[in-house]
Each structure stands twice: as C-alpha cells, then as structure tokens.
Design a protein around this ligand. Structure first.
Ligand code: SF4
Length: 501
C-alpha cells in the first residue's frame, strides 16, 4: 500500500489487534521479530490451492503489485459470467481486499474466506467483516459470508474428499452485524497512525492475542531484567494487572507479597534470584522418585509433525504423526546403548516406527520420558492404529515414567530454572555452559518445531540436503534422550551427596 492510511485486509486485522503495529511497520520495521515461519505460509498456500478446487473450476485473478490490474481482471471475470473467482480484488477509498473465493449466488455473490485452521476465530470474523464492508462499498451484493476451514474430524481414506476435508461455516449474520463497527474501526486506526511522532500504546494482553506481536521485544524494553512477566505459572491476565498497578520488578513483587497473595512457588522463584540462593534439593522426595525406576532403563523421546491436509490413510488434519524416536538404554552401572528410528522422507512413518519401537523396547521394562503425557498420547495413537501391535505398545505405555516429576514438584530447584520445569530450563540449570549439551551448537535442527518442519518438507530437497537434514535430525533427537540420561545423573548425585554429607 502506498499510503500509511491505506488498509488491506491483513493491515486492517493488524490494526484491530493494535494500531501501533501499523505505525511501527511504517516507521520502525527493523524492530520486528518472529516473522511468520515458512511452514505456516506453506500450509496456507496448500490449503488455499485445494479450496479453489472445492467448487470445480474457478477463475483465478493473477497476483500483481499493481492492485488496479487485479481489480480490473476481477471485473472482467464478473462480466464474463464466471461462477467462482479466486483472489477477486476490490478497492475503494484506500481500502483493498482480495477475496479468497467469490462464488456466484443468484443475482449476488457468496464471499468465502479460506483458512488452514480447524475453527472460526474472532480475528477471522474481523477479516470477513472488513471484506464484506469493502465489497458492499464497491456495489457488490454479498448474499452470504462463509469461513471455509479444515474439518478436524475428517479422517482420510483413499483419495482426498474435498467436500469432507473442508467445512463451510456460515458467518453471514455475525459479519453483517459488524458493518458499522468496521467503519468506526477504520476511522480509529487511520487517526491513530496518521501521526509522525511515535504514538503511545502500553503493552497488555492484546500483544499476544490473536497473534504474538512481532514488536513485543521493542515495546517491552523498559521492563527490568527480572519482572512479573518472568513468573512461571501465573495467568497473563494477573501479570498485566500487577504490571498496570506498578508491581513490576521482583523487588516490587516481594514488597507487595501479602497484598497480591504471592504463592510459595513464586516467592521461591523471586527469592532464589534476588538472594543468589544455591540449588535446593529435597533428597527424600528425589529418592522416592528414583526408587520407582527399574534397570535397564529406556530413555525415550519422539519427534512428531502435523499435516493440515492428511497425506496418509487414517490421519486427521493436524494429527500428531510420529516420524522419529531416540532411545538411550541405560544399565544400572551407567553403561549406555543408543538406538534410534528416523522414517524415510515422504512416506507414512507410523507402521515402521511402531514395529521397530516394540522390537527395541522389550515387554515389562521400565521406560522414561520427559513430560510423558506427550509420549503416552503418541503410543496410544499407534496402538489404536495398529491393533496387532496394541498389546506390546500398551505395555510400553503403561511402564512409562516421567522424569519431569522431581522438577515439577520442585524436589530439585535451581534459580536458573526460573520457576519452570521445562527441560529447556532444567538442562542448562543443571549443566551450565556444557558444550556437550548445548542445543545451539547443533547443525540445522535445534528444537522440536525445527525438527517437525525439517521432516515435513524433507522430500522436496535434493539428496545432499536430505542427507544433511537426516543427520541433523538424528543429532537433535539423540541429544534429547542423552540429556535425560544426564538429568537423571544429577538427581542421583544429589541423593549421593546428601547421604555422604
Ligand atoms: S507489542 Fe503490543 S503495544 Fe507494541 S505494537 Fe505490538 S501489540 Fe502494540
């Protein structure tokens, strides 16, 4: 858009979240972080392309940076009697939108907004309300407004069934009722951003909803090093309430502890940082946890990915599909053996993974995961999918223990954990600056999201790139279970040290 007050549907939605985003986009774009991932954009394009086939053939308005060209082509298709137009473009008074699908309905049109999500959200309604406003102002009779999204209960069987893959949710009444509010919003956004001096807008819940704002780092730079926003397990609403009441730093929180009913965990998190406390351990509880484990011990970790459009039979949109696992088998004397599985790219990984898993983990042995609810849900899904392997898989499921428990219960607590029991905080707290356990030093895959994205897109890479990605995935997942081995060692050391003290 050429003018800061020009609004497309995406700019309007940003302005609805917070008009300062638009001002910063214009004047300080270099301050933005967390741009949309390639994977999210890829999903959107894939779903958009399929949605165009939903009504059979459709006329596509080619993308052009010249918006007038797109609006002219749209008018041409309307004149020619097209039944369905994709990317139908309209412009009026500095407002512009390209409608995902415009479908002829008698003497008017149905406006269809396509989303790769599985339900309608508030911001989608805002988006559709803006489009309805623009089209109505352009003289297009909008008969009905639909949100077309994925149907989360669709399970693929054979060829893709587009009529069942998509759900058309009628949002006409809601969107029509928003017409006057859109006009007011547009005026409000325009007046907010038409100033050359940086407008004031304090941080609040709107910075995270509906999307994490890319400028949060910039707008929250006034916060102290340790603030109310670092407290683990406190609702965001409560954090902002304290923030707006001026209770921001750890010192503020302690000073108002009684008034704000600071709980014991938060007090511990704050005091351990302010008073530089050494690690605290409850050895009785740690010993109780260790006594539940039996050797050999199977440290297990899965990697999964999701497909918005299921490629394999028996899969729903966004179902977690396991494609990799790492297994460190630890004997009581500390001896380690490593096994792993990584599916071939572009294939349904589930059967081969399940078969190797039940071979690698014998019945009746004790397995360990970090945050086992995830591993348990993956194993249950496999047992449901493959009844012939269900008994062996259920055995693994039922013998799984959770290494997270001593940290969730704070039987072992270190200031560096910052009140969290996530392995991301626990591991560096137990092994600060240990290069062997440093995820940052890995090649291309450093976390679960990168692992999912790497596997999801792997088949489209060259053989050399595939080899490099596979190596990176094996390194990453292998480190996950090796990290568990090391975390367990720290727990054992804590008990040993207490016994010899
Ligand atoms: S961080 Fe918050 S206040 Fe700043 S631009 Fe984003 S939404 Fe607005």
């Amino acid at each position: 858009m050429s003018n800061i007050t020009d609004l497309s549907k995406s700019r309007y939605c940003k302005g609805v979240q917070c008009p300062k985003i638009l001002w910063l986009d214009a004047y300080k774009p270099e301050e933005a972080e967390n741009v949309l991932s390639e994977q999210v954009m890829h999903n959107g394009n894939l779903v958009g392309d399929l949605a165009r086939q939903y009504f059979g053939s459709c006329a596509l308005v080619e993308f052009s940076y010249q918006k007038e060209q797109m609006t002219q082509q749209t008018q041409e298709y309307i004149r020619q009697g097209a039944e369905t137009i994709a990317e139908a473009a309209f412009m009026t008074d500095g407002l512009y939108c390209a409608v995902d699908l415009l479908h002829r309905n008698g003497d008017g049109w149905d406006l269809i907004e396509v989303k790769s999500s599985t339900k309608v959200s508030k911001i989608y309604l805002e988006d559709m309300a803006f489009q309805n406003y623009v089209l109505t102002r352009c003289g297009i009779p909008v008969k009905r407004v639909f949100n077309m999204h994925l149907n989360s209960s669709y399970v693929r069987k054979g060829a893709l069934d587009l009529q069942r893959l998509f759900t058309l949710e009628d949002c006409t009444e809601t969107v029509r009722a928003m017409y006057d509010a859109v006009a007011e919003r547009i005026a409000g956004i325009r007046s907010f951003i038409s100033v050359s001096e940086e407008p004031v807008r304090d941080i609040d819940l709107h910075c995270h909803d509906p999307y994490e704002c890319a400028y949060y780092g910039y707008c929250s730079r006034h916060l102290p090093e340790h603030s109310v926003f670092d407290l683990a397990g406190m609702f965001a609403k409560t954090k902002y309430k304290h923030y707006h009441n001026g209770i921001i730093s750890y010192e503020d929180l302690l000073a108002h502890a009684k008034e704000i009913k600071l709980n014991a965990k938060h007090r511990r998190q704050i005091e351990s940082v302010l008073y530089h406390r050494a690690d605290e351990t409850d050895c009785k509880k740690i010993r109780e946890f260790l006594d539940t484990l039996r050797y050999p011990l199977y440290h297990l970790d899965f990697e999964t990915y999701q497909q918005p459009v299921p490629e394999f039979d028996g899969v729903r949109p966004y179902q977690q599909i396991p494609f990799q696992y790492s297994l460190h088998i630890e004997q009581e004397d500390g001896t380690l053996e490593h096994r792993e599985f990584l599916a071939k790219e572009g294939t349904d990984p589930r059967r081969a993974l399940a078969e190797q898993l039940v071979q690698d983990i014998p019945q009746g042995v004790c397995s360990l995961a970090y945050n086992m609810s995830f591993e348990k849900s993956v194993i249950s899904g496999l047992a449901e999918q493959f009844p012939d392997l269900a008994e062996a898989l259920t055995d693994i499921h039922d013998n799984l223990h959770d290494l997270m428990i001593p940290f969730r219960e704070q039987s072992y607590y270190s200031a560096a954990m910052q009140g969290s029991y996530s392995i991301k905080y626990v591991l560096p707290a137990l092994y600060p600056d240990d290069p062997e356990l440093d995820y940052h030093s890995l090649d291309a895959v450093h976390n679960g999201s990168e692992a999912s994205a790497a596997f999801a897109t792997m088949a489209s890479h060259s053989p050399e790139e595939i080899a490099a990605l596979r190596k990176a995935l094996l390194q990453y997942c292998g480190l996950d279970t090796y990290a568990m081995v090391k975390v367990l060692r720290r727990l054992k050391e804590a008990v040993r040290n207490a016994a010899s003290a």
